[in-house]
Design a protein around this ligand. Structure first.
Ligand SMILES: Nc1nc(=O)c2c([nH]1)NC[C@@H]1CN(c3ccc(C(=O)N[C@@H](CCC(=O)O)C(=O)O)cc3)C=[N+]21
Ligand SMILES: [Mg+2]
Length: 282
């Protein structure tokens, strides 16, 4: 068997085209501000890609780049000013932040109504409580990919590998909301390969290059690889050993071109959602 490739790049392009068409009908431009602190090299590329994607769908987008020496108080003041700015619908504080700034303090400072990352504890709580709110972009993107895969979610055994606040936990909540039977497995799980082999839907989000081997996968499973790991030789690989896995799985996302582009498309979806909710408009 050779797995069907779930082309996140193509799905993301369709979502972005739909968002552009929708934005063109609005009487205002959704406003996005990405806050970057310091010079983390990967952040530079990611932030540019987000800004470019937002401008392409017609949003009013800008990056606020603060120096490495920015204090936590300065960052919180910048966030407070964006919270108060009526032209701003979405605020994203790019991670990682410099070590002298408390990440949780920055996340908690964002107005939950403008929290397009869905990282604020109020939005995390809403998701866990089954209430509407802004949902983290990567898990939202994975749900789109699963919808496109044609997999039946109701009653399916789903295993989420990884328990981060940003991906694993919200991912499990969304799958639960879609009536999957959800297991969250992680680095302390006893017999990880056996847990993964039970999965009809496997979402890998551990940040360990090619950790999930072919014999961890049930024949025909849908495998979504959230990992983006840069090897010493510059090659980009996921958390799943792609060649081995695609010989067993029914469908699988590639890296690159899988979940990554969906994360950006869902940031744009969240920004439009936030704008419509805040402005009470359609
Ligand atoms: N507050 C915050 N929100 C984030 O959503 C956030 C963040 N901080 N910090 C960094 C991570 C990483 N991230 C990615 C988004 C898109 C791709 C992406 O589009 N990847 C492409 C290209 C990868 C490449 O060539 O480098 C792909 O997978 O095909 C990757 C990574 C968002 N992040
Ligand atoms: Mg810190």
């Amino acid at each position: 068997m050779t797995a069907r490739i779930l082309d996140g790049k193509a799905i993301a392009a369709r979502i972005r085209a739909g968002l552009a068409a929708r934005t063109a009908t609005l009487s205002f431009r959704p406003g996005l501000r990405v806050v970057r602190v310091g010079e983390d090299p990967a952040s530079g590329v990611y932030v540019r890609n987000k800004d470019k994607a937002a401008k392409e769908v017609g949003f009013d987008s800008a990056t606020v780049h603060l120096p490495e020496s920015t204090t936590e108080a300065d960052l919180l003041a910048t966030i407070a000013a964006l919270n108060a700015d009526p032209a701003v619908d979405g605020i994203l504080v790019q991670l990682p932040l410099p070590a002298h700034i408390r990440t949780e303090a920055a996340i908690a400072a964002v107005d939950p109504a403008k929290d397009v990352d869905g990282f604020h504890p109020l939005n995390a709580g809403r998701l866990a409580a089954g209430q509407p709110g802004l949902v983290p972009c990567t898990p939202r993107g994975v749900m789109h990919i699963l919808a496109e895969s044609g997999a039946t979610l109701r009653g399916a055994r789903a295993v989420v590998l990884g328990r981060s606040q940003i991906v694993g936990r919200p991912m499990a909540q969304l799958l639960l909301g879609a009536d999957c039977t959800v297991t969250i497995a992680h680095s302390r799980t006893r017999d990880l390969p056996a847990e993964c082999r039970r999965a009809e839907i496997l979402v890998a989000a551990v940040g360990r290059p090619e950790m999930v081997r072919g014999d961890w996968i049930a024949p025909g499973a849908v495998v979504v690889d959230v990992g983006i790991n840069r090897l010493p030789d510059g090659k980009l690989v996921g958390d799943v050993a792609f060649a081995e896995a695609s010989a067993v799985a029914g469908a699988i996302t590639p890296v690159p071109g899988g979940v990554g582009p969906m994360t950006i498309a869902c940031l744009l979806e969240n920004t439009l959602d936030a704008a419509l909710a805040r402005r009470g408009a359609a």
